[in-house]
Design a protein around this ligand. Structure first.
Ligand SMILES: [Zn+2]
Length: 226
């Protein structure tokens, strides 16, 4: 499987002890994601990005047996652990909103490959309990990724066969998903004539539109968590 290697300036070049794996969605397309993570003005990054076609991008080193500290989890806690940037690898799955849109087969296959490689270097990752979503460590501040559309049962079946899969409950309620879905359908189904006439002012590739929907998702989730 091809891995494209880039070096994000947004990381600490100090080795971390990897104890967890955190999954995210990007809320923008691949190019938008790379633009954000490769720009030193943005204090964000992830170790790996997996595109919809299964392409794997390593932005912060982790695949060769040593992981630097990426900036993907932010303020985070789960059980008695905190500060997940200090002890986790972050993987971003390209998806405009993982609460609305499915992940691709190619992404699940790439994940399977990556998890297999990471398990060889980081023994803690042999335990399926060590893999969770950003929403599970930072749902209290509204983080809702990888979201309702991520199939945790499939992930665990493919990456941890014959092992008991942990419960991974999404933080985004289905009622919120249903409320947001018309916005997604409106834009995906818009013709260029509608767009030009101003009936629909956002295009599917308009990053700001999708970032706005994701931040709306996060705001509502945060309210519900309080
Ligand atoms: Zn995230």
């Amino acid at each position: 499987m091809n891995v494209y290697r880039l070096v994000s300036p947004n990381c600490d070049r100090t080795e971390i002890t990897v104890e967890h794996l955190i999954l995210h969605y990007t809320a923008v397309d691949l190019q938008g994601t790379l633009d954000i993570f490769m720009n030193g003005d943005n204090a964000v990054s992830a170790h790996l990005v997996i595109d919809t076609d299964g392409g794997i991008y390593e932005l912060v080193q982790c695949l060769e047996g040593k992981a630097w500290r990426a900036w993907h989890a932010g303020v985070s806690r789960y059980s008695d652990r905190e500060r997940f940037n200090d002890h986790s690898i972050g993987i971003e799955l390209v998806n405009l909103n993982g609460n609305l849109f499915s992940y691709t087969d190619a992404q699940y296959q790439a994940l399977q490959h990556v998890v297999q490689v990471l398990k060889q270097s980081y023994p803690a990752l042999a335990d399926p309990e060590r893999v969770m979503g950003h929403e599970h460590v930072a749902g209290f501040r509204g983080k809702a990724d990888p979201g309702l559309q991520f199939n945790w049962c499939r992930f665990y079946r493919e990456c941890y066969p014959q092992m008991k899969a942990p419960e991974r409950t999404p933080v985004c309620p289905e009622a919120l998903q249903q409320a947001l879905m018309p916005l997604a359908e409106l834009v995906s189904g818009a013709t260029s004539a509608e767009t030009a006439s101003g009936t629909v002012s956002a295009k599917k590739e308009d990053a700001r539109y999708w970032q706005a929907i994701s931040s709306l998702t996060e705001s509502v989730v945060k309210l519900l968590q309080e």
